[in-house]
Design a protein around this ligand. Structure first.
Ligand SMILES: [Zn+2]
Length: 140
């Protein structure tokens, strides 16, 4: 391999290995397909608000959610590599769900609670086991 080719190949490799959050393109780094919301998601959204008492933040209502689907039962988080079945991403207010869980109300409500709270954290009462189960979502 000529030196020029080697440098080009190395630069390409660095681009691939750079952690996705440094690109600021989280969803784009997943094999995710932009989709319409799950069939019952709007009803779950209303139920979630009624149960938690958390109102959506301005500009972050149901219509602002960008839904994405990744085929399979789980997928690796771009930042940690950890396997997950769902993910909320602040950029684009994106909810990413594994295809096999696409219609599961517990997962949909879990990710939509991240949307309502606008945080990826599971700290606090809303994601606690008892409260989560009472509102029909996977606890944090
Ligand atoms: Zn979560």
């Amino acid at each position: 391999m000529r030196a020029g080719n080697f440098v080009a190949a190395f630069a390409l490799l660095a681009l691939v290995l750079l952690p996705p959050h440094l690109h600021g393109v989280w969803v784009e780094s997943l094999p995710a397909v932009r989709s319409e919301p799950p069939a019952q998601a709007r009803r779950y959204w209303q139920e979630l608000i009624a149960c938690t008492g958390v109102r959506p933040k301005r500009g972050r209502g149901f219509a602002s959610i960008q839904w994405h689907r990744v085929a399979g039962r789980q997928f690796a988080r771009p930042d940690t590599g950890r396997d997950v079945i769902g993910l909320w991403l602040r950029p684009g207010n994106a909810v990413v769900l594994a295809g096999e869980w696409w219609d599961d109300p517990r997962l949909i409500k879990h990710e939509m609670l991240h949307v309502l709270l606008q945080t990826g954290s599971h700290e606090g009462a809303h994601f606690a086991a008892g409260r989560g189960q009472a509102c029909g979502l996977f606890p944090g």
